[in-house]
Design a protein around this ligand. Structure first.
Ligand SMILES: C[S@@+](CC[C@H](N)C(=O)[O-])C[C@H]1O[C@@H](n2cnc3c(N)ncnc32)[C@H](O)[C@@H]1O
Length: 380
């Protein structure tokens, strides 16, 4: 039976061999900090369950430690309240609301943040406290402040971080408001996603400082962006390679909606194959075009439901080999998606890494290629 130290060392070696993690200081941090101190029991997805169900993996039980030292995200809370140890049955349904992010992503993001020695860092989304502790180990307790929205999660993280022997500054509150005491940070890293860059961040990170955050939305598409703050309230940056996604920050989550009812509307031929918005970057473009819409469905059968106006669009394979779309409501969602997909195609269908973002008093714009390229305003 392997010990925690052996499993940890094997995981770190595998991450280093992979080539994506090159900074020896961050690898050393991962070799030092035992992840099991932060997760306790966690949830495992029940394969093939629809809607998704989760099985608790109990602390100290069979496979528990091995699971912790695989490179995967461990879900530690569902629906903002259910912890694995609360579950009395064998499985439970719910939506993940807190987790320990997979180690390769945590370490990659710490590397991508390009922190310089002595810089103060604000982390948003303490979660289990694992990424916070890696940061505290590498940067020094005094340089790291971390904010967690959920008081129960924040309390558990605080006790885990203390038991690991670290003392970063921990805050329970809404990290989208930044540090309640204000601050002049050199870096900000978010391990929850946002629909737009919160303005307080742009005043608490010093000009020249950097913000690393995943932009996401109500259609679940994501892109990881590294922005440089150019002045108070302004920033610009680019999206990074890879396929990064995070749970959305609680205040940016979509409002509750009624049970889906597909209603009649105007039907026409779709100008694009709807399956394009099922791809990683196609879904991103569709979300930029219709930022208040939730996306459901798959392949040629896409459903968009605009949360703010109730507008709907639904597509289907046509009888003659093409596709049809039915739209209703004040926002013609599919018209917007088609137009956006055509602009994206004209630009060569880039992955998110071909996109950038500019934030100013005038708004927040995501663009392709260069600042004056085709772009879309974020819903600030
Ligand atoms: C993916 S988990 C964080 C993973 C964590 N960094 C780790 O290594 O364990 C995302 C966390 O962000 C928290 N969160 C969501 N909205 C937030 C907000 N507005 N401010 C601060 N934390 C938030 C969630 O409660 C959740 O614990």
């Amino acid at each position: 039976m392997s010990t925690s130290a052996q499993l940890r060392s094997a995981l770190v070696s595998a991450l280093a061999e992979d080539g994506a993690l090159t900074d020896p200081d961050w690898l050393r941090a991962a070799e030092t900090v035992p992840r099991e101190l932060f997760t306790g029991s966690y949830f495992e997805q029940v394969p093939g369950s629809v809607p998704t169900r989760y099985r608790p993996v109990r602390q100290g039980g069979e496979g528990w430690l091995q699971g912790i030292y695989t490179d995967r995200t461990l879900i530690t809370q569902l629906d903002g309240r259910i912890r694995p140890d609360d579950v009395t049955g064998s499985t439970v349904e719910g939506s993940p609301s807190s987790s320990s992010t997979l180690p390769s992503l945590v370490l990659r993001m710490w590397q991508q943040l390009e922190v310089e020695q002595g810089q103060r860092v604000l982390e948003i989304g303490t979660g289990t406290g694992y990424s916070t502790t890696l940061g505290a180990h590498r940067l020094g307790d005094g340089n790291l402040t971390s904010v967690e929205y959920d008081p129960v999660v924040g309390e558990a993280a605080a006790s885990a971080i203390t038991s690991a022997g670290y003392t970063p500054r921990l805050i329970v509150g809404d990290g989208l408001r930044g540090d309640p005491e204000g601050g002049a940070y050199g870096r900000l890293i978010a391990t929850c996603a946002v629909r737009y860059i919160p303005l307080p961040w742009l005043h608490q990170v010093k000009p020249g400082g950097k913000i690393l955050v995943t932009l996401s939305g109500w259609s679940y598409a994501s892109g990881l962006a590294l922005l440089t703050v150019t002045g108070p309230g302004t920033a610009t940056g680019r999206f990074l390679p890879g396929h990064t996604s995070f749970m959305i920050a609680r205040p940016h989550d979509r409002p509750p909606r009624p049970v889906l009812a597909l209603l009649p509307g105007e039907e026409r031929t779709s100008l694009i194959d709807p399956a394009i918005i099922d791809t990683w970057s196609g879904s991103w473009v569709a979300q930029l075009a219709a930022p208040s819409a939730e996306r459901m469905g798959a392949g040629s059968q896409q459903i968009l439901w605009d949360v703010s106006t109730g507008s709907q669009a639904r597509t289907a394979a046509g009888p003659d080999g093409g596709w049809t779309v039915v739209q209703r409501g004040p926002v013609r969602l599919w018209d917007r998606v088609e137009e956006a997909v055509e602009r994206w195609r004209a630009a060569g269908e880039p992955h998110q890494k071909g996109f950038g973002i500019t934030v100013s008093a005038a708004g927040q714009r995501v663009w392709i290629g260069a600042e004056d390229g085709p772009g879309w305003e974020l819903p600030v």
